[in-house]
Design a protein around this ligand. Structure first.
Ligand SMILES: [Zn+2]
Length: 192
C-alpha cells in the first residue's frame, strides 16, 4: 500500500514491483526514482525534521517540471502526486507549512477550495473521469503521509478502476510518464 501522500512503503532492495501485483508492468513509475526527487520520496511516515525537508515546502522552489507542479496560485499550488493512485492524481497544497485544515486563513481556504474545483474541471477536460475522490488526511493517525503540511488529494476515478491499475494498464494513460501528464494538466489549466 501507499500512504496518503502516495509515498510507497519500503520494498526490499532492488525490487520495484508495484503493490498491485501486475506482472510485466514496471513501466513509467520506475523512471520516477530520480535523485532530484528524493526529498519528495523521503517525506513519508517517518516525517521529517523541519521545513527544509518538507517535500511540499521544497517543491515550489524548483521548476514546475522538476516538482511536477501544474499550477501556482497566490496562496496554494497544485502538484501531481509522485505516486498516484490513479493517473492525474493531484494535490492542492498551501505554500505555508501548516498541518491542519483549521490552520489556513479564510483567504487561503477560499483559494484552496477554488483550486480543488478547477482541478476537477481540468481533469474532466483532459481525462474524462466519471468520478472523484477528494480528501485530506489529518495527522499521522488520520493517515497523512506528510502530516506536517496540509494537502488535499484530488483523485480522478473511472468506472471499474477499483483495483485501478489492471484497468488503467490497458489505457493510454499508463504509458504516459508523469511529466507528460503534468504537461497536459498544466496546459489545460485556465490562466489565473
Ligand atoms: Zn511544508
Amino acid at each position: 500500500m501507499t500512504d496518503s501522500a502516495g509515498v510507497p512503503h519500503q520494498q526490499p532492495e532492488g525490487q520495484m514491483t508495484d503493490e498491485f501485483e501486475l506482472a510485466g508492468v514496471p513501466d513509467a513509475f520506475q523512471r520516477l526514482w530520480t535523485p532530484h526527487r528524493m526529498a519528495y520520496v523521503k517525506g513519508g511516515q517517518d516525517q521529517f525534521k523541519g521545513k527544509d525537508e518538507c517535500p511540499f515546502c521544497v517543491a515550489p522552489g524548483r521548476s514546475d517540471e522538476e516538482s511536477l507542479i501544474v499550477y501556482r496560485g497566490k496562496f496554494n499550488y497544485v502538484v501531481l502526486n509522485l505516486f498516484p493512485y490513479n493517473p492525474g492524481h493531484l494535490l492542492i497544497c498551501p505554500y505555508r507549512h501548516v498541518p491542519d485544515y483549521t490552520d489556513i486563513t479564510v483567504e487561503e481556504t477560499a483559494e484552496f477550495a477554488e483550486l480543488t474545483q478547477t482541478a476537477m474541471r481540468v481533469l474532466r477536460k483532459v481525462a474524462n473521469p466519471t468520478g472523484f475522490n477528494l480528501g485530506m488526511n489529518q495527522g499521522v493517525t488520520g493517515g497523512a503521509g506528510v502530516a506536517a503540511h496540509l494537502h488535499q488529494h484530488v483523485v480522478p476515478r473511472w468506472g471499474g478502476d477499483g483495483n485501478f491499475l489492471p484497468i488503467i494498464a490497458q489505457t493510454k494513460a499508463i504509458t504516459q510518464t508523469l511529466d507528460e501528464v503534468r504537461q497536459q494538466v498544466a496546459q489545460a489549466w485556465p490562466a489565473g
